[in-house]
Design a protein around this ligand. Structure first.
Ligand code: ZN
Length: 239
């Protein structure tokens, strides 16, 4: 029997076998498996994992560095693309005319039944199509989430833009306007919310002062986990 648990934003697969102690394996692809005795109780497993978090993060950071070079984006079937923290495989579809999305708009790329589907004849434009798709998703998320966090933090965002900000996630523009990278929507939604709350907190406090972090922690109490997650996995949020 296998279970999944999430501790401090890291997902673990629990493999129960006839063994007497707990062990952790960090796979090359970044999957973390806990090898546990058949009857090990979940609370005990969580405590064990929690005590190893620093070690696991170091391992993951190392794997992610060594994997970075290997990430090749040539838009062939089977490649994984991130969306809200999950990886979806790409399928090239030879349908000539592209697809129609839920709103009846024709498109050459869509997320459908757990796969990214890309029209074969648009393969050369793969990168541009993905960026366009990520931008749209980022905009949709922001439209819903900005008012929510604006209300809680007590600021009013006048406008936002989704851009390519290089290696930055977001920036705070003049007169209540915010900029976000289209890459942010590749992160898990909790991390996305942290990026958003972080930027909105800058509307009150420009620097990373104690007061700044107090504002962030009021709305995202476990923000440190998300900050660390970005340090470890940030490089993977790219195509
Ligand atoms: Zn900042």
């Amino acid at each position: 029997m296998t279970d999944k648990i999430i501790v401090h934003d890291i997902e673990y697969l629990i493999k129960r076998t006839e063994r007497s102690s707990l062990g952790i394996t960090v796979e090359r692809d970044g999957k973390v498996t806990i090898n546990a005795p058949l009857r090990a109780d979940l609370k005990a497993i969580e405590r064990f994992v929690s005590s190893k978090t620093i070690w696991i993060r170091q391992k993951l950071a190392y794997k992610s560095r060594t994997n970075r070079e290997r990430v090749r984006r040539d838009f062939v079937s089977g490649q994984g693309f991130l969306y809200l923290g999950k990886s979806y495989r790409l399928r090239l579809i030879s349908n000539g005319t592209g697809f129609v999305d839920q709103k009846g708009v024709s498109t050459s790329l869509r997320l459908h039944n757990g796969y990214f589907e890309l029209s074969e004849r648009e393969k050369e434009k793969g990168k541009a199509l993905f960026i366009k798709w990520y931008r749209k998703q980022t905009e949709d998320q922001l439209r819903v989430r900005i008012p929510r966090y604006g209300h809680r933090i007590g600021v009013s965002v006048k406008d936002f833009r989704v851009l390519d900000l290089g290696n930055r996630w977001a920036s705070c523009g003049k007169r209540g306007a915010l900029n976000f990278s289209w890459r942010t929507v590749m992160a898990p939604i909790q991390v996305f919310d942290y990026i958003l709350a972080h930027e909105m907190a800058h509307m009150i406090e420009r620097g990373h002062t104690e007061n700044f972090w107090r504002i962030v922690s009021r709305v995202i109490s476990d923000y440190e986990d998300h900050k660390t997650w970005l340090q470890v996995h940030g490089v993977e949020l790219n195509i």
